[in-house]
Write a protein that binds this ligand. Sequence first.
Ligand SMILES: CSCCC(=O)C(=O)COP(=O)(O)O
Ligand SMILES: [Mg+2]
Length: 232
Amino acid sequence: MIPPACILTDIEGTTSAIAFVKETLFPFAAAELDAFLDAHEHDPAVAAILAEVRTIAPHQDPRSVLRLWMGEDAKVTPLKSLQGLIWQAGYLDGRLKGHLWPDVAPCLRAWARAGLRLAVYSSGSVGAQKLLFGHSAAGDLTPLFTGFFDTKVGGKRDPASYATIAAGLHVPPGEVLFLSDVVEELDAAQAAGLRTCQLVRAGDGTLPAGRHAEAADFPAVARQFGLPLAAG
Ligand SMILES: CSCCC(=O)C(=O)COP(=O)(O)O
Ligand SMILES: [Mg+2]
């Protein structure tokens, strides 16, 4: 089997525990929302996000809309951008530390060392992705990645998003391996011509979908796709 040239990875349920996102990151943003907006609503970046909320939900109070989206775990770009800005203070002062499953950092390092291109595609904003990998329990992993993509390229269940990402990475779609726990995302990536592998992590209680390659962790991905294994 010819190994892929590029690994494109999801975060929640793939590199990081679903519980970390749902029980730490999301509640942190919800708890800080009002104080953050009181302090920053006139900052250009925050004002632009609030304007985007008003465009999507006109005639409604933006704070109420944001709270509604938070409650629904809606993957809406302005909410994801705002959450990233709120998490920044928590990462910088040490209240937040990016969770990674222990097998992830050694494999990412081994794959980057071997010359594979690594990229991230998450519903979390690019800023949030860089914070999580930059302030992870395994140190700053951001230099390992050559690309970060969020919902600004499109939704994760839309094949066109994966075609855009492969083009942005200058890699033929068939040479990109997409890792995710969510079968609808894997289906979309496969429809765009990417190779796919479902992460079925016991710690997340993921159920195998049965229509993509499956791996319990990153070393299992490496064994199936001919990628280097971390030493030790
Ligand atoms: C960048 S960490 C926060 C992840 C997040 O906000 C989210 O909605 C999960 O999205 P994913 O695409 O990584 O499953
Ligand atoms: Mg996921």
